[in-house]
Design a protein around this ligand. Structure first.
Ligand code: SAH
Ligand code: DHB
Ligand code: MG
Length: 222
């Protein structure tokens, strides 16, 4: 079993199930041209985000970690028209490329890229007291995932989804004595979610064009 095989299977699925989409493809191309790291969700994972947004009729969506806006565009396409999509990004260059990619996608929602650390932007968003979010996608620095999850709980309502990317890290997630702060962050987040009575959810491993990692999905229940 190899990366080559995982990538070939992803290509097979994507060619069958994901019709070509110029906005998504040009976002990927512009991100690569701009020298952004190739760490956005895979196309078939993006379609999962799209599906989840569709399934819950998401009108208010929050993303933590924009990169070039690839996952943002998938989410935006899955949302109800006239919804509000806010995505948070610390790197000005990522932000700039994302803003261009998102504008180019002509999403049917009001999309806003906010620049700065999510550690500051999330409390500010909470203080604004806007509509709660129906879906939060957490995909930024892994070390702060527990904090982002806590803010997501404050910014959502019963029935919202909280989705967290990169929960497997090539299997490193089970290393109890890990010194990797990213893995420690993911482990702390999972333990927090497991002990949090207001959510119920699951985590699963994925292989594909993006290697070996995983995703977790939680439903806010109370
Ligand atoms: N969600 C994107 C990928 C995000 S990669 C996609 O799938 O298309 C992670 C992003 O989080 C990077 O762009 C990085 O600059 C950003 N990031 C890292 N630390 C952050 C922080 N403290 N606040 C906001 N964004 C952060
Ligand atoms: C990294 C970050 C991601 O969000 C991802 O999906 C894959 C890798 C990283 O920082 O290496
Ligand atoms: Mg990720």
């Amino acid at each position: 079993m190899s990366q080559e095989l995982w990538t070939a299977v992803d290509s097979y699925f994507n060619e069958l199930l994901l019709p070509p989409d110029p906005a998504l493809e040009s976002a990927l191309a512009a991100s690569a041209d701009g020298g952004l790291p190739d760490i956005q969700v895979a196309p078939n994972q993006g379609k999962l985000l799209w599906l989840l947004a569709k399934l819950i009729g998401a009108k208010h969506v929050l993303e933590v970690g924009t990169l070039g806006g690839y996952s943002t565009i998938w989410l935006g396409k899955g949302m109800l028209p006239k919804g509000r999509l806010i995505t948070l990004e610390i790197d000005p260059k990522h932000m700039e490329i994302a803003a261009e990619n998102i504008a180019n996608a002509q999403l049917p929602v009001l999309a806003e890229v906010r620049g700065g650390s999510a550690l500051d932007l999330l409390p500010a968003l909470h203080a604004e007291g806007g509509e709660p979010f129906d879906l939060v996608f957490i995909d930024a620095d892994k070390v702060n995932t527990p904090t982002y999850f806590e803010w997501a709980l404050k910014l959502t309502h019963v029935g919202s989804l909280i989705i967290v990317d990169n929960v497997v890290r090539k299997g490193a997630v089970i290393e109890t004595d890990t010194t990797d702060p990213n893995v420690q962050g993911i482990r702390r987040f999972l333990e927090m979610a497991a002990n949090e009575p207001r959510v119920t959810g699951t985590a699963f491993q994925t292989v594909g064009s993006k290697g070996y990692d995983g995703l977790s999905i939680f439903l806010v229940t109370g």
